[in-house]
Design a binder for this molecule. Structure first.
Ligand code: SF4
Ligand code: F3S
Ligand code: FES
Length: 248
């Protein structure tokens, strides 16, 4: 049954802004993005929101609903009671562009810092062979839709702008883990992960995993195994001795 909901939406731009109240009709089966679109159509034609697929697959509509990082198109209005105020704000970790749209270019910069898949020189496309277990392991990471909700949530950067330079965030440390686990990849990104991408700043709070709309076990299946691989290299006594003797 249709009802009138009380929405509170952040409106503003790089110069600042504030929450604005709206009363807007909600129909059965709708999601928060439907309501934002109805607001645009009826009361706030200049309200900025980024979206594309409306199916939880493009990763564009990330924002915060009642303080929780969510995809607007996958957040059902039925999760709220009709008398509840629904507050929609932009992702907090990234700079505001306008209204619900943030500048997520931080993530693209971090992506570019990771050397791409590097197969052995003598292996040609078409000759790649992998065990099914290895295919399945990386399949989980490849479900990522790059919504950046994990990046937005991780406390290392959420409340610490100064850490952004030194920390790639869970999505990109997961990408390093994926490549490190790839049986046909010959590059070693462990020093990069530790020294340049800030692996050590992650203290496995798992908040990233909690908000992932693809339910990827970011911490357990990517970050912890990557930490173990970094530690294996750093604290392996033979590697340590080799470094002492030959890296002068
Ligand atoms: Fe989004 Fe999950 Fe990918 Fe992070 S790992 S960007 S939360 S889909
Ligand atoms: Fe951040 Fe996830 Fe680590 S929230 S601290 S990257 S476990
Ligand atoms: Fe594509 Fe929400 S619009 S994930």
């Amino acid at each position: 049954m249709a009802y009138d909901a009380h929405f509170r939406v952040w409106r503003g731009d790089t110069d600042g802004g504030a929450l604005q109240d709206y009363t807007v009709t909600v129909n059965e089966g709708e999601v928060v993005l439907d309501i934002i679109h109805r607001l645009q159509a009826t009361q706030a034609p200049d309200l900025a929101v980024r979206w594309n697929c409306k199916a939880g697959k493009c990763g564009s509509c990330s924002a915060e609903v009642n303080g929780r990082p969510r995809l607007l198109c996958m957040t059902r209005m039925s999760t709220f009671t009709p008398d509840e105020i629904v507050t929609v704000t932009p992702m907090r970790t990234f700079p505001i562009m306008r209204d619900l749209v943030t500048d997520v270019s931080f993530n693209y910069r971090k992506a570019r810092e990771i050397p791409s898949f590097t197969p052995p020189d003598d292996l040609k496309p078409g000759e790649y062979r992998m065990q099914q277990v290895d295919v399945e392991r990386s399949q989980e990471f490849r479900k990522c839709i790059e919504c950046f909700l994990c990046q937005n949530t991780c406390h290392v950067v959420r409340d610490h702008e100064e850490n952004k330079e030194a920390f790639a965030g869970p999505r990109y440390l997961m990408r390093v883990a994926e490549l490190e686990m790839h049986p046909l990849d010959v590059a070693d990104r462990r020093d990069l992960a530790q020294d340049e991408l800030g692996m050590g700043l992650c203290n496995i709070t798992k908040c990233c995993t909690e908000v992932c709309p693809e339910h990827i076990k970011i911490t357990d299946n990517a970050l912890i195994p990557l930490k173990e691989r970094v530690a294996d290299k750093k604290y392996d006594p033979i590697v340590w001795l080799g470094n002492k003797l030959f890296r002068r």
